[in-house]
Each structure stands twice: as structure tokens, then as C-alpha cells.
Design a protein around this ligand. Structure first.
Ligand code: ATP
Length: 279
């Protein structure tokens, strides 16, 4: 079996799984076959005089989905870029998997970053030009099979992000990093994309780290939500809700409230509040 056939099979498998997932399946942890562990220890990063990340400790199990939230400028993107190897760090270690070289990491940004002079299909197959069959299968997986020969300029913003997602998935990432990938989309498209990301994650079992400003998005998708305040992790909240998650339900709303309170009231104030409440 050549590489492109293998990739095609994986794409086909994902599609099959998507359509055949039962309610019981989605509440089971995703298959661990594709995800890797991620371990950040004592991570610190400065830009010149400005310290941006302080002593970050974070452990992810293979296949876990973690969302990172926090106020603008708190260091979320810097953390993600450091994990992707796009930023150097002064201190600390980042271990992906068991340290084996070749763990596949892909990152998706708020803009799709497609090449305008290449077709949709060619954009998906970027870097893997011999994998056009696999690219076509992956385009089907994200619902854009019929747009393969269009130019990126002919697509909507949401469709472009689907192409970017297909491009990332074609590499069968073991770790998928998502830097506010749905930030520029309208509310409905956003929810559709969240459902697509969740179903692909359930089917493939990659490890995922999602940076988002949207508390509902974090709670809809993640197993854990991590809050960063001024470069420090100040909250690591387990989201113990069954999937698919209904935004209207009381448990969801309670977690949303808790998370919003935490974001709005920085850690020292929360600390003071606790002391005041105890006194
Ligand atoms: N290349 C850079 N050079 C200098 N400072 C930088 C650089 N990149 C980021 N910073 C600074 O690091 C801090 C954290 O930025 P980062 O982009 O990680 O924040 P963020 O939490 O992702 O913000 P947002 O939610 O607004 O995207 C900010 O103060 C920013 O100005």
C-alpha cells in the first residue's frame, strides 16, 4: 500500500466514524491512536524586558482537548507558538510524545493563510503534492469536496477555514494547535465549525490545544479549560459534561458563569474574595 492510499484510507475512516458515532461513542474518550502527550515544565518567555510567560506547567494526556482562555495580551498565542516551536523559550521544557522525533504537529490560525494562486485542492495538498487523492478525501471530510477546483478567493471565510483544517488534517497531526481559528466567523458558522472540529477529534483522537476568547466555545469543545492571567496559569478547570454539549443546560451555564467570573476578576481579587468570605 503506498502512502497516498494509506492517507486516503485514514480520511475514509474518519468519514465513516463521523457518520456512525453513537451517543455512547461520543461520551467515551476518543481513540488514543493518533494523539500524543504534551508536557510543559517551568516554561518562561520574555520579549526583551517584557516577561510574557512565567513558569508554565501543563500536562496533556494523549488525545486530550484543552482550551486556553484569558484576557487579550495574557500570553495565549505566545504559549501556542512556543509549543509549535515558532518561539524560543528562555527556560523550561516542552516535550511532545515520548520525545520521539517526527511527532506531527500542525497549527491553525485565525486566517486560513491559503495561497491565492493555487486551487482549493492544491492548497490542501501543500507540501504533500503526491497526495492529491488523500487531499480530495480530506476535503470531503470537511464538506468541501465539490469545491476542489475553485480558487480560495471564491470561498467564504468559513469555507477557507475548512480548507485550512483539511490541510492540517492531511498531515495526520498527533497534536493540533488551534489559535483562535474561528475568531473571524459569524456565530452560526462558528458553531458548525466547532461541531466539525469536535467530530473529527472524536474520530481521530489527536491531542488538541485551542486558544479562544469565546468561553462557550472552550466549554463546548474542551476536556479542560486553562485560564492564563499575565502569563501564569491561574485556573485549570475540568469540563465534566457529556458530549455533544448542550449550551442551554444548567451544568453548562454554571461552568460558563464560573469561568467568566474567573476571567473578569483576576487571581489576587479572587484570593481576596475568598479571604473576605472566610472572615
Ligand atoms: N514578537 C513579539 N515581540 C514583542 N512582544 C510580543 C511579541 N509577541 C507578543 N508580544 C507581547 O506578548 C504579550 C502576549 O501576547 P500574546 O499574543 O501571546 O497574547 P494573547 O493572549 O494571545 O492576546 P490576544 O488574545 O489579544 O491575541 C503581549 O504583551 C504582546 O505585546
Amino acid at each position: 500500500m503506498n502512502i497516498s492510499t494509506t492517507l486516503f484510507d485514514v480520511g475514509g475512516l474518519a468519514r465513516e466514524n463521523l457518520s456512525s458515532l453513537s451517543a455512547a461513542d461520543v461520551n467515551r474518550p476518543p481513540a488514543r491512536r493518533q494523539g500524543v502527550s504534551l508536557s510543559l515544565e517551568g516554561l518562561s518567555k520574555s520579549f526583551g524586558e517584557r516577561a510574557v510567560l512565567h513558569d508554565i506547567e501543563l500536562q496533556l494526556q494523549p488525545g486530550e482537548f484543552v482550551a486556553v482562555v484569558g484576557r487579550s495580551g495574557c500570553g495565549k498565542s505566545t504559549l501556542l507558538r512556543a509549543i509549535a516551536g515558532l518561539e524560543t523559550v528562555e527556560q523550561g521544557t516542552i516535550a511532545v510524545g515520548k520525545g520521539a522525533i517526527g511527532s506531527s504537529i500542525r497549527i491553525m490560525f485565525q486566517e486560513a493563510r491559503l495561497l491565492p494562486w493555487k486551487t482549493v485542492l492544491e492548497n490542501v495538498a501543500l507540501g504533500l503534492p503526491r497526495s492529491l487523492n488523500a487531499a480530495a478525501a480530506t476535503l470531503n471530510t470537511v464538506g468541501l469536496g465539490e469545491r476542489a477546483n475553485d480558487w480560495p478567493a471564491e470561498l467564504s471565510g468559513g469555507q477557507r477555514q475548512r480548507v485550512a483544517l483539511a490541510r492540517a488534517l492531511l498531515h495526520e497531526p498527533q497534536l493540533l494547535l488551534l489559535d483562535e481559528p474561528l475568531g473571524a466567523l459569524d456565530a452560526l458558522t462558528r458553531i458548525e465549525m466547532q461541531q466539525l472540529i469536535e467530530s473529527l477529534w472524536l474520530a481521530r483522537g489527536f491531542t488538541a490545544v485551542l486558544v479562544t476568547h469565546d468561553v462557550q466555545e472552550a466549554l463546548a469543545l474542551a476536556d479542560r479549560v486553562v485560564l492564563i492571567e499575565e502569563g501564569r496559569i491561574t485556573l485549570d478547570l475540568k469540563v465534566d459534561l457529556s458530549r455533544p454539549r448542550a449550551r442551554g443546560n444548567a451544568a453548562f451555564a454554571a461552568l460558563e458563569q464560573q469561568l467568566l467570573e474567573s476571567i473578569l476578576h483576576p487571581a489576587p481579587a479572587r484570593q481576596a474574595g475568598k479571604i473576605a468570605a472566610a472572615a
